[in-house]
Design a protein around this ligand. Structure first.
Ligand code: ADP
Ligand code: MG
Ligand code: ZN
Length: 478
């Protein structure tokens, strides 16, 4: 029997505010434990939360840039549960009146477009973080850091519209890109500002109703989301094929073993006893405020992609890669403004630059080669000083040493040999030591020509102008 995979994702994104959602503590990452705290975010008795306006503004940007409808009245609620990282014993979150509903994000896989529905986007506060003594050399003890407590989040809940691990990953990539463009969140997964829970179920192909789902929590990389989903899909099929049924439960993913395992089953599920937060009034959002926020949104990835294809005449694929982040897009546009060769620049960014940056885990903002530097290199190719192949070597050197292309060419004597008498000498030399091959070529074995070109190029350490080599070699043999 064939099974279909059904996935819905819940994404938590940290809003880019300076202070927390209900107090004025800083949200800055990496501070000593419990430094960013006050009686409010520590949940002391009698304190009153005050809503951070910037947090609502950013959450509205998240809604509008994902095509959500903004509710003119939305309200916070208390979600009650006990856990040591939650000092108040409840989390303030939106429940029955979320900020945004009915949005969508467009994804594209192998050229096929698909619309992924968003059920809702609501605001909430983050909890703290437990640090277990095993990692600190004091086994048996656990510590709690409340720096994150009260940091503003949006939770973005998708419809169960995703059908593969690859689609889920693509959806996350697009969503992250949108939140980055709209300057809603810095989406830094290492620092926990973007986290994902994956709901997965399976159903026999052709069946209409969804199967029972499991939820795998706290996935902190796109790769892990994809792997956890694929693991869960196969696990659920196995359970069904054995004649058992899927238990609705919360699971965790062990990235070392590549497996998911039970965290808590439905019987242990919390009854959150939601009720409206009595210390906060409902939030009313005027049409004017929505319009202002809308007008203030920058060009979003999809619009930018379309513009790149149209105005630079580059393939859709290139446009997708070049718009994954605002900074990559800016880098590209800056380069094209300096040197109007859009496709050539795209090739260099996608091929050489992004590859190098990926190797050492750097973002393009931190690239040692700036647009000006890249363009200087491309101009050397155009002039004929460098062959495309040599330019790649120079590029690597530029990247490692931060020197300019001209400096490297001068220092290493890398310039392309375009002088015909020098090349003629090389050709003569190679013809002399390969008389057998020359004979073969004359007897019709044309492949040998390429071999001879290769030998000459090798002799010149790759610096001879290949077009000239071809021409002179042909002249000589004939
Ligand atoms: P909960 O609080 O129980 O996690 P939410 O409404 O916050 O519920 O999230 C439910 C998520 O699970 C949504 O992303 C939704 O698309 C997804 N989902 C619901 N039913 C299924 C199903 N049968 N299979 C896969 N995903 C599902
Ligand atoms: Mg959930
Ligand atoms: Zn505080």
């Amino acid at each position: 029997m064939n099974y279909e995979m059904i996935i819905g994702l819940e994404v938590h994104a940290q809003l880019k505010t300076k202070s927390k959602i209900f107090c004025s503590c800083p949200t800055e990452f990496g501070k000593p434990a419990n430094e960013n705290t006050c009686p409010i975010c520590l949940g002391m008795p009698g304190v009153i939360p005050v809503l951070n306006k910037k947090a609502i503004q950013l959450a509205m940007r998240a809604c509008l840039s994902t095509n959500c409808h903004i509710a003119s009245v939305n309200r916070f609620a208390r979600k009650n549960y006990f856990y040591p990282d939650l000092p108040k014993g409840y989390q303030i979150s939106q429940f029955e009146l979320p900020l945004g509903i009915d949005g969508h994000v467009n994804i594209q896989i192998n050229g096929t477009k698909k619309k992924i529905g968003l059920t809702r986007i609501h605001m909430e506060e983050d909890a703290g973080k437990l640090i277990h003594g095993e990692n600190l050399g004091s086994p048996g003890k656990s510590y709690v850091d409340f720096n994150r407590t009260g940091v503003p989040l949006v939770e973005i809940v998708s419809e169960p519209d995703l059908r593969s691990g690859e689609e889920a990953r693509e959806y996350l990539t697009q969503l992250k890109s949108i939140l980055d463009y709209a300057e809603v969140s810095d989406c830094n997964m290492e620092e926990g500002s973007l986290r994902c829970d994956a709901n997965v179920s399976v159903r026999p192909e052709g069946q209409k109703e969804f199967g029972t789902r499991t939820e795998t929590k706290n996935l902190n990389s796109f790769r892990f989301v994809q792997r956890a989903i694929e693991y869960e899909f196969n696990r659920q099929i196995k359970v069904l094929e054995q004649g058992d049924s899927i238990v609705q439960e919360t699971r965790l993913y062990d990235s070392n073993k590549g497996v998911t395992f039970t965290m808590r089953s439905k019987e242990e599920a919390h009854d959150y006893r939601y009720f409206p937060e009595p210390d906060l009034v409902p939030v009313e959002i005027s049409d004017e405020w929505i319009k202002e926020t809308m007008d203030d949104l920058p060009e979003l990835p999809e619009q930018k992609r379309e513009r790149f294809v149209q105005s630079y005449n580059i393939p859709e694929y290139d446009a997708v890669v070049l718009t994954t982040s605002r900074n990559i897009a800016d880098y590209y546009e800056k380069s094209v403004s300096l040197y109007p060769e859009p496709k050539e620049i795209s090739n260099w960014i996608m091929g050489e630059l992004l590859r190098q940056l990926k190797i050492d885990g750097r973002k393009i903002e931190a690239s040692p080669i700036k647009p000006e530097g890249l363009i200087a290199l491309l101009k050397l190719i155009k002039e004929g000083t460098l062959s495309a192949k040599m330019a790649k070597t120079v590029f690597e050197e530029m990247y490692q040493s931060s020197k300019s292309a001209t400096e490297i060419v001068a220092q290493k004597g890398l310039a392309q040999i375009t002088d015909s008498s020098t090349i003629e000498n090389l050709v003569d030399e190679i013809l002399k030591i390969n008389t057998g091959q020359v004979e073969q070529y004359k007897n019709g074995k044309e492949k040998v020509f390429g071999f001879l070109v290769g030998q000459i190029m090798k002799q010149s350490k790759g610096q001879a102008d290949p077009a000239l080599v071809n021409k002179l070699l042909k002249d000589k043999i004939n």
